[in-house]
Write a protein of this length. Sequence first.
Length: 97
Amino acid sequence: AIHEFADSQFGHLFASGPTREHARKALQLALKNILIVGEIRNPTEYLVELAETEEFKDNTIDTAWLDKLIAEKAVNVKFNVNDMVFYGACLKSFLHM
């Protein structure tokens, strides 16, 4: 269990493969299949999108790369609107029980 004041770096995920591209795809697959239960915010969808950028694929990133993407809002996570409505309705229903 992780308490609400825990360090945001509570876990690390590593991937390997015969090439960087194989390892990158393995990393994305692992991130897409990770399950974090509870009221803890996590950036897994964002990390999948980051690994899809050309800079990440080409390994031309440096320490300023992520700051630049965040400032430019260059990476967006796509949400399924129907899922958002469904889960919002579930939450609202649960809170009124």
